[in-house]
Ligand binder design. Structure first.
Ligand code: BGC
Ligand code: NOJ
Length: 811
């Protein structure tokens, strides 16, 4: 069953039934100021950091789910309703939510009144704009009472839901005309406040939650709304909110618009006050003035649309399958922007207080984003590299506000350093800009300990070779990509974290996955060294890569597939010898992508084993058989019930590793089949089962051993976005940035007749027409640029500013 449909022309998903199987959300804001918004207007807002600068309150784990948000209440002669159905849940005569590129438009109607609310964060603005349009479609005059509502968070989202003994006494607000200010802690250590305004005179307001809602009421029936009368309260402590009250009279056929602005201001110390205890409102007023008419709001929205038109014109496929096209051209790229912005911090599965920016996560997110805004990717690469240590190790996570490594989580996830090579080479291939390699970048954020960015890459590479175990394979540390394979943890205590605890020391657990990863990014490092003339370093590195390949062949092969790891005691994990967890996806992915033993048939055997043992109708599971008991020597992986998460769930992040592996041996049919199983638009018809948004990938789909195979969780913030974008655009459709041009090497289902890709690359536009007359899965027979034959399959870099027609014949 579906709950809506795609509107590709407008790049929107249109939800027509508010009772989606889970809140289906969207993200507003692209740089500093963000909101999460569900299809019923639930969600919250923050500035830069969902933990330290949360503007509005949100209660995760609420009953019912997703209660609290940016609510409007309409009291129409005693009938009370909300345009997004919730929170009032009065049955609406019509409902529609359109989630678009960084905006959401929610429209509801009741008894002849239509209310349409557009939510977005304009470019370069620290505010969310909400345009409310009320229309009277009835034959009578309507006298409506409109109430807005947001609940302030006391800034630190973690403290906000824990430290009530203090929090109930600190809340402070100011009221000034139609603007309600939230200034808790402003008079001491904070230099920021928030505001909520409307571009019309108000007939009342409330800023104290208990007065507005009523101690015994819920969001669905605030006493003030029911009574139709604001109380004009000024909050002192307890829970400050902001609610405007506006009386609106509409003649038949008449419409009125109101623009609400929910914003954030920072003031310099000496400019904090207008007079004693009265905040300096200058910046707030300036921001409000920018959006005080409908025309200004529409212009800001048009700018936002143009921004997305531009971003989404960089890679456009025309394949003839609208599900493929909308995924590649719209939603996958959009999700990549969101994961770039959020890493794994704030979603409806990530509370915004747990994880900041992940070292490995953010590096990987970059490969799906770098073509959109290379300059932002460049900045991010430095932020990440600054959390590295001289020995190449790094903090696993850092906070976006401070950009400092997170001490509580620490480091020693031994795959982490390698991902920096991926992000850096992806950036250079996209932009052609090598200058970042010479920039001085600190270690551990300490400017006095800076080296060039190239030295950071070298440290990343060396970190692996300096940390190998008895078989010559990389030591795993606390975990590799699989956060739940904790081979030095040995935890019996439910109060300790699997990721940060090492109860046994001196272990020699090794990871074949990191070995495969090292071969892939080690080769990239070698290639980069050659590009910049560091031939000795290239030769040194190549030797190490070759050695690792031999080691994998010798100690990483189980006969029919690659072993996953060696545990603390040196016993195989992911081997036919094991009782459970005989085969794992990660090492099959990395070693096939690296082509290890391809001549000896190892790659093919491994991929066949994946097909036979891990493939399911909903995607490829992580391991098989699933673990059915706790293996203390394996850690968190064996704690999950069979079929979920890292224990034999379909981890959509690593499915593309197999997809790319399939393209190494030219099996385009398999590659595409695997991709379709997890691609959201292809799962839209089974939305009831799939549960989460049909426009974005989920981190995990329940595997074949689960209670409900095919049910998805953890949508939005996942490496799945970048990896699938990378796999589909660069390996299946096969248009891939290279140092010296644009490589074309598709690997597609044999029955495809062809497709077209328009790619903007280093200032020029390439319209690439790929034809498959011989029904092959892989192979480029000829390539012409503007009719002229080019040897090989790389389109050379052409002069900027022009469009070039490229014809590619597969065969
Ligand atoms: C989750 C992983 C996550 C890890 C670290 C585990 O419980 O399953 O997906 O990466 O915790 O936060
Ligand atoms: C989610 C994490 O964000 C990612 O870094 C990790 O690799 C996967 N979980 C797998 O455990």
């Amino acid at each position: 069953m579906k709950y809506g449909h795609f509107d590709d022309n407008r790049r929107e998903y249109v939800i027509t039934n508010p009772r989606t199987p889970w809140p289906w959300i969207n993200y507003l804001g692209n740089e500093d100021f963000f909101s999460l918004i569900s299809n019923t207007a639930g969600g919250y807002t923050f500035y830069k950091d969902a933990k330290f600068r949360r503007l509005t309150r949100y209660r995760y784990n609420n009953v019912p789910m997703d209660n609290g948000g940016k609510y409007f209440y309409i009291n129409d002669g005693g009938t009370i309703w909300s345009p997004g159905w919730k929170p009032v849940k009065t049955e609406l005569d019509s409902y529609e939510c359109r989630h678009g590129m960084s905006y959401t438009n929610i429209k509801g109607s009741k008894n002849g009144v239509e209310a349409e609310v557009l939510f977005f964060v304009p470019l370069k603005t620290w505010a969310e704009v909400q345009k409310v349009k009320l229309t009277n479609n009835s034959k009578e005059v309507k006298k409506l009472k409109l109430f807005s509502f947001v609940e302030w968070c006391l800034w630190n989202a973690e403290d906000d839901m824990a430290n009530f003994q203090r929090n109930f006494s600190t809340g402070e607000v100011e009221i000034d005309g139609s603007t309600l200010y939230h200034k808790t802690e402003y008079k001491e250590r904070r230099n920021h406040y928030a505001f909520y305004s409307v571009n019309a005179p108000i007939q009342g307001y409330d800023t104290d939650r208990e007065s507005f809602i009523g101690l015994y009421n819920e969001f669905s029936e605030p006493q003030v709304v029911t009574e139709g009368k604001p109380r004009n309260t000024e909050a002192h402590g307890w829970s400050p909110i902001a609610s405007h009250y506006i009386e609106v009279e509409l003649k038949p056929g008449e419409s009125k618009d109101f623009v609400f602005v929910l914003g954030y201001v920072e003031n310099e110390e000496e400019e904090k006050w207008e007079k004693k205890l009265v905040i300096n409102k200058k910046k707030a007023k300036e921001c409000i003035a920018k959006f005080d008419t409908v025309a200004k709001v529409e212009a800001a929205l048009a700018e936002l649309r143009a921004y997305w038109d531009n971003l989404l014109s960089i890679y456009v496929v025309e394949s003839g399958d609208e599900r493929l096209d909308r995924t590649v051209n719209i939603w996958n790229q959009y999700q990549c922007m969101v994961t770039f912005n959020m890493s794994r911090s704030a979603s409806f599965f990530e509370s915004g207080i747990g994880r900041g920016m992940g070292f490995r996560d953010s590096n990987q997110d970059l490969v799906g984003f770098v073509h959109q805004i290379p300059s932002r990717a460049r900045e991010r690469i430095f932020d990440i590299a600054s959390t590295q240590f001289e020995d190449g190790g790094c903090y696993h996570q850092y906070q976006p506000l401070t950009k400092r490594g997170n001490n509580a989580v620490g480091g020693n996830f031994n795959d982490d350093p390698l991902w920096l090579i991926l992000s850096t080479t992806a950036y250079i291939k996209e932009s052609g800009d090598y200058t970042l390699l010479d920039e001085m970048v600190p270690f551990d954020n300490d400017e006095t300990r800076s080296k060039t960015h190239f030295e950071h890459l070298k440290a990343s590479f060396d970190h692996v070779i300096n940390n190998v175990g008895p078989h010559g394979l990389p030591l795993i540390g606390r975990a590799d990509w699989n956060d739940c394979l904790n081979l030095n943890c040995f935890s019996k205590n439910p109060n300790e974290s699997f990721q940060t605890t090492e109860n046994k020391t001196g272990g020699t657990a090794e990871s074949v996955m990191i070995a495969g990863l090292f071969v892939v990014y080690g080769r990239d490092y070698v290639e980069l060294c050659k590009q910049i003339g560091k031939n000795d370093e290239a030769a040194r590195a190549q030797k190490e890569v070759d050695k690792m390949i031999d080691t994998i062949k010798k100690h990483g092969w189980d006969g029919d597939w690659y072993i996953r790891a060696y545990d603390y005691f040196g016993r195989k994990i992911g081997s036919n010898e094991c009782e459970e967890g005989k085969i794992f996806i990660e090492s099959q992915g990395w070693c096939t992508m690296a082509g290890i033993g391809v001549e000896e048939g190892m790659v093919e055997k491994s991929l066949n084993a994946v097909k036979e043992r891990l493939d399911t109708p909903h995607g490829i599971v992580l391991n098989n058989p699933a673990f059915t008991k706790y293996y203390i020597e394996y850690g968190e992986i064996s704690t999950y019930p069979a079929g979920y998460k890292e224990n034999a769930g379909i981890f959509c992040h690593n499915n593309p590793w197999i997809i790319i592996g399939e393209t190494v041996i030219g099996r385009g049919n398999n590659a595409y089949d695997y991709w379709k199983k997890i691609a959201p638009a292809f799962r839209e018809e089974i939305s009831d089962l799939n549960k989460v948004e049909p426009y974005v990938y989920a981190q995990m789909i329940a595997g074949k051993d689960a209670f409900k195979p095919g049910e998805s969780k953890n949508s939005w913030l996942t490496g799945t976005a970048a990896w699938n974008y990378y796999a589909i655009t660069q390996f299946i459709l096969g248009v891939k940035p290279a140092y010296n041009g644009l490589e074309v090497n598709p690997c597609i289902p044999a029955d495809w007749k062809g497709f077209k890709v328009t790619r903007k690359f280093r200032g020029a536009t390439y319209v690439i027409d790929i034809k498959n007359p011989n029904k092959v899965q892989k192979g480029v027979k000829s390539l012409t640029v503007d009719g002229k034959a080019v040897a090989g399959n790389i389109i050379p870099i052409m002069p900027e500013g022009k469009t070039y027609n490229v014809e590619v014949i597969m065969g």
